[in-house]
Ligand binder design. Sequence first.
Ligand code: KIV
Ligand code: ZN
Length: 557
Amino acid sequence: MTSFDHTKYVPFKPVAIANRTWPDQEITTAPIWSSVDLRDGNQALVEPMTVEQKKQFFALLVDVGFKEIEVGFPAASQLDFDFVRWLIEEDQVPDDVYIQVLTQARPELIARTYESLKGAKKAIVHVYNSTSKTQREQVFRLDKEGIKNIAVKGAQCVKEHAEKHPETEWVFQYSPESFTGTETDYAIEVVDAVADVWQPTANNKIIINLPATVEVATPNRFADQIEYFCRNVKQRDSMIISLHTHNDRGCGVAAAELGLMAGADRIEGTLLGNGERTGNMDIVTMAMNMYSHGVDPELMLGDMDRIISVVQACTLLQVHPRHPYAGELVFTAFSGSHQDAIKKCLANQTDDKPWDVAYLPIDPRDVGRSYQEVIRVNSQSGKGGVAYTLEQEYGLALPRWLQVEFSPIVQQFAEQEGGVVNAKSMRNLFESSFMTGETPYKLGKYEHVKDDVDTVHAEITSTSGLVKISGTGNGALSAFSEALGKHFGIRVDIIQYQEHALTVGSDSQAIAYVQANINGDRFNGVAIDSDIVSASVQALVATVNQKITQHNETAVA
Ligand code: KIV
Ligand code: ZN
């Protein structure tokens, strides 16, 4: 008998809200961001950060542009206490940054919290107690009044301590912890009581942080709770409404986004989403979502590799390769049709046009990634990826007909070798498949005479010696193909031809691509030379060589 039984769970009871307005709102400006990496993120780590790691992380948060940073829970951890002291005593906090510390609403913990903050220029004291039905009834065994009293006493204590230290610019923050599991009317009642103690004004606001301590419903239900709360709380104009979502249902970012549309002003979260259980909401994702809609997130996320490296070094957690905007593979396309579309769009994209590239919501260069990483070729890839790689790396702009011929060769190689085919292997494969103009036959001297008709006189060498051939036609290539036909007794018809100058890794060289039908079989030859006629003739020799090699024929002079 399995315990996998959905009937033991009950549906979430949504707040009753009429005429909700949030679905029609747009996010057009950045919220106030608060990083809780050094507190919530840290509390969730198997190995909490050392002071050195916290210092490194704090420096990153400042560089990214956070103006509010929750630096720890000093009353609960000596290490956090010492870190807060170091920040203050060593004058490590920029003048425009508020350090924020968390404390439970207990007098002895609040006293210790203020001890840690002595001498701070600006500080947010964040006090919380849990208000949900589950916690009231089973953890605290108190009724609604009892739980509200904890909040009110905590608020009084916070205020009294602050009054003793007017040298610091204090901001008070209250969280009804487990807000999403709290009856919204009751959460409002508790917050109103806290606000009555703190007496905020429009010029001296308090922060009311509404946590989805556990994410219990779809993000629209959370947004309903936020809009309902904002409409009904008494001193809304004197409050900064903050959201603190967790990711239990995988929607931490979505909930924060909809909550912002529903009236919130501030967002707490972590860089790349570390945090209790499935994590805090990921500020990188939410900020980059805004960025990709043309909204300035007011955070500098352009050096994504530094962010990843500091986060990984401090949390000892790996960033998933498919993490939105940051993962190693998120700008990489393996599938042929995606590669093809990306290649076409990138060719159209110019710096003066809005970004509009299929499959790439942002320009990878904005977060320090290069286009080289965009397309990777494996056995799932098609001609687009192959063509893109050869063009980006070597300047070879393969004509479409040759892309079609080459991509199955690459796919077969990828299947045999497994994994990704790098650019060098692809180039080797290309040369061995098509640049076969050296053996068994090789073009020696040649002369191209242009008259009413074109005439080509050429020397061809092989292990059996040297042969001179001549032919005429309406161009060098057709003259040479006639010469080949006459001498070798084969019929050579040119099906496709293309050439272009090479700009990567060569001085004034040209490349010629030829497809020929030789006695009913199709061959593709490619050659590079400083002289384009020579390149095209060599490319044709390459097709003949393939025919001879594939049919086990011997070269005869
Ligand atoms: O998740 C939570 O509810 C918290 C509070 C302390 C804000 O981290
Ligand atoms: Zn939390």
